[in-house]
Design a protein around this ligand. Structure first.
Ligand code: NAG
Ligand code: NAG
Ligand code: NAG
Ligand code: NAG
Ligand code: NAG
Ligand code: NAG
Length: 635
């Protein structure tokens, strides 16, 4: 018995080794380039620097980015560069990395000095522009094909198979709640002829934008080719008569023959070992590369200089906070502790000491800071800088004197009741702050943990959002639907985020909707130990809104001076924001415009999302239970 097993093992080893070597060493396959040829840039200009920085980010992000990344470097057009990359949904991080490295190099050669270009490989896609960076874009489009199929093939039948296959793929990719919008499939045209199809959208599209983009792309595919592609900036479609992607394990044809047990047990062990060694090596190599790139970045001007000006050393902060004394401690959140401090120049600061297990590398941390420090808006807490020394990572924020919004809303002693006028102003301020994060800053930021305790109020009761970018920074497997690790707070998370880890602007919109209703009612949506009364505030607001009893929703402690029409409008906006369907929730841009105008054309909300009620989806239901358990049950 032992001998054949050994044979098996060594054979497997060879096969796996081969597979490993070929998958990691295989060169990415170049497909095509589109150079816009409208404007060029000169060397050593600001644009050139920004482009270098963009490419630097691209080659530093792969392992954390789940194969997709979008960012903008620089402050103003036409010198700022917006860019994104997207790796094919089935390729590994290592292949994605190799492909991007090649693409960054190749695009400089193929589109020299261009301020706008797109480059496609079989395994990845990259684009950049110095124009307004539109997330949802269908031009320019490139179509490729491999020539006609054999004339003996029944074209009508071929077309039917092809479109059936692609339609299924579109439905799957655009119906997905995962962050990746990707699907592959295969179908048989005849006994001997099989068709393989692939569709993918960039992760930032909504499901309906993705579907529209893919249908548009499919509409441009020629019929009766041996293979064809439609390559659009926001999505792409491809079919071939041979498999060109890693075939997913089909659960249908699982058959255990003799010897398969050995394969089942041994292969993963061997493969994991090799993978582990490989990854270790790969990590070391890429670490070295990163360090090199970083030092060669040092004379890149503004961006790096601004990084240095943001750096505080440990001793300065230690002194400012009286050695992080208990008297100076003003808060303690999921990400660490917060201390009040006074800098030598007299500025009051809040120093947030991040917990040590954030698992983020120093360079990534500093890069992130540069991007976040650029965000400046009167409704965001200003980030002064950071400290990253000897395992300690700290963020230095402006100190905001008043307490956070939750204190004013949920204080059982009602020491200071916010007037309607103040509440309305706070709602507007928060909306503008989030709108800025989503759309107006050069970097698209999804907050992911919006809640009243993250909204600080200054002396004038202006709201200031804090912790933006933090959830993103400290993260953790955001791409897996692993509820225990989702950064967010129960009661404020939309169901698609809570259950599937899928986040987008619309998950922030959901949290904002909850916050509006809480501000109006001064009741918590999240049940907690100290106020278990309103387990379903959204439902309560909905019922009263339907019955035209909106004043019921309003905090009793607000005296008579409120504007009825403003209250109605705010409740309506709140309900619109918490709709189950992402596309039914307004964007923050819409919300801001609703708030600033007469409520003439506000859509009517449907019953809000309630994932604690009427839930037919049992698996999703149980995962939400897991999460509530881990949060609420003392174990
Ligand atoms: C840009 O110029 C290159 C080289 O002259 C040419 O091959 C390419 O077709 C041009 N692209 C467009 C979009 O006109
Ligand atoms: C660009 O800057 C580099 C380094 O500062 C310098 O060596 C090079 O000559 C400059 N090129 C031009 C065209 O100015
Ligand atoms: C790009 O710029 C370099 C440096 O100015 C110049 O030598 C080269 O000819 C330019 N290439 C094109 C295609 O314009
Ligand atoms: C192929 O099928 C699609 C969808 O059914 C249809 O829109 C298209 O016109 C057909 N093309 C040809 C060449 O028959
Ligand atoms: C795509 O498939 C869905 C069901 O899977 C079907 O309802 C729809 O009509 C199909 N669309 C096209 C354009 O074939
Ligand atoms: C990738 O790195 C950039 C800067 O290094 C950072 O801003 C961005 O958030 C990172 N992306 C992810 C998904 O971690």
């Amino acid at each position: 018995m032992a001998a054949p097993k050994h044979k098996h093992i060594s054979m497997c080893l060879c096969v796996m080794l081969n597979l490993f070597i070929t998958t990691t060493k295989a060169k990415p396959t170049y497909t095509t380039t589109h150079c816009t040829n409208t404007t060029t840039y000169a060397p050593n200009t600001t644009f050139h620097t920004n482009l270098n920085i963009l490419f630097y980010y691209f080659s530093n992000n792969i392992s954390q980015s789940n194969g997709y990344f979008l960012t903008i470097t620089g402050f103003s057009t036409p010198d700022a560069v917006g860019g994104l990359y997207l790796c094919r949904g089935d390729v590994t991080a290592a292949v994605c990395d190799q492909c991007l490295t090649a693409a960054v190099k190749e695009v400089r050669i193929r589109c020299p000095n261009q301020t706008e270009a797109l480059i496609w490989y079989d395994e990845c896609f990259l684009r950049f522009t110095n124009k307004y960076f539109a997330v949802n874009k269908i031009v320019p489009r490139v179509n490729l094909d491999d020539g006609n199929i054999d004339s003996s093939v029944d074209l009508e039948r071929f077309n039917r198979s092809l479109h059936g296959l692609l339609n299924d793929s579109v439905m799957e990719a655009s119906g997905s709640l995962q962050s990746k919008k990707f699907s592959t499939g295969k179908t048989a045209v005849t006994e001997s002829m099989k068709l393989y199809g692939l569709v993918q959208c960039t992760n930032d599209l909504t499901n309906s934008q993705c579907e529209r983009c893919l249908r548009n792309a499919i509409g441009t595919l020629p019929n009766g080719k041996q293979g064809a592609r439609a390559l659009l900036p926001s999505c792409n479609v491809r079919y071939q008569l041979y498999p060109f992607f890693n075939l997913p394990q089909s659960s249908g044809d699982r058959k255990f023959g003799p010897g398969t047990i050995a394969v089942v047990v041994v292969v993963p062990v061997v493969f994991l070992t090799i993978l582990f060694l490989g990854c270790y090596y790969f990590k070391r190599v890429s670490k070295k590369k990163k360090r090199l790139m970083f030092s060669s970045m040092e004379n890149f001007g503004d961006e790096i200089r601004s990084l240095e000006s943001l750096r505080f050393n440990f001793a300065t902060l230690e002194e400012a906070t009286n050695r992080f004394s208990m008297e100076n401690k003003i808060g303690c959140g999921g990400f660490g502790q917060v201390f009040k401090g006074v800098l030598k120049d007299g500025r009051q600061v809040a120093v947030k000491k991040l917990s040590k297990n954030s698992g983020q590398g120093t360079i990534e941390f500093r890069n992130e800071i540069v991007l976040i420090a650029k965000l400046q808006h009167r409704n965001l807490v200003t980030l002064y800088g950071f400290c990253s020394e000897e395992q300690e990572k700290m963020l230095v924020y402006e100190y905001v004197p008043n307490k956070s919004l939750d204190y004013f809303l949920f204080d059982p002693n009602k020491e200071r009741v916010l007037s309607w006028h103040e509440r309305y102003k706070i709602i507007g301020g928060i909306a503008r702050g989030i709108h800025y994060l989503h759309d107006q800053s050069r970097l698209k930021v999804i907050h992911r943990d919006l809640k009243p305790s993250n909204i600080l109020l200054d002396e004038m009761m202006n709201p200031k959002i804090s912790d933006f970018g933090m959830a993103k920074m400290i993260d953790i497997d955001q791409h897996q639907g692993n509820t225990k690790r989702i950064a967010g707070t129960y009661g404020y998370m939309s169901s698609e985020y809570a259950m599937h880890g899928h986040y987008s602007e619309k998950s922030d919109v959901f949290s904002f909707g909850v916050i509006i209703i809480e501000i109006i009612s001064a009741k918590r949506n999240a049940p907690s130990f100290d106020s278990p009364d309103f387990a379903d505030l959204l439902n309560y607001a909905w019922k009263n809104w339907m019955d035209e009893k909106v004043v019921e929703v309003l905090d009793f402690d607000i005296e008579n001076s409120f504007s009825y029409s403003e209250v109605v409008k705010c409740i309506q906006i709140g309900l619109l924001c918490v709709q189950q369907n992402l596309d039914d929730r307004p964007t923050m841009e819409r919300v801001v415009s609703y708030l600033s105008s007469v409520p003439s054309e506000l859509p009517l909300p449907q019953e809000p999302a309630g994932f604690t009620r009427n839930n037919n989806n049992t698996t999703a239901g149980s995962s939400i239970n897991d999460m509530t358990m881990s949060r609420f049950s003392p174990r």
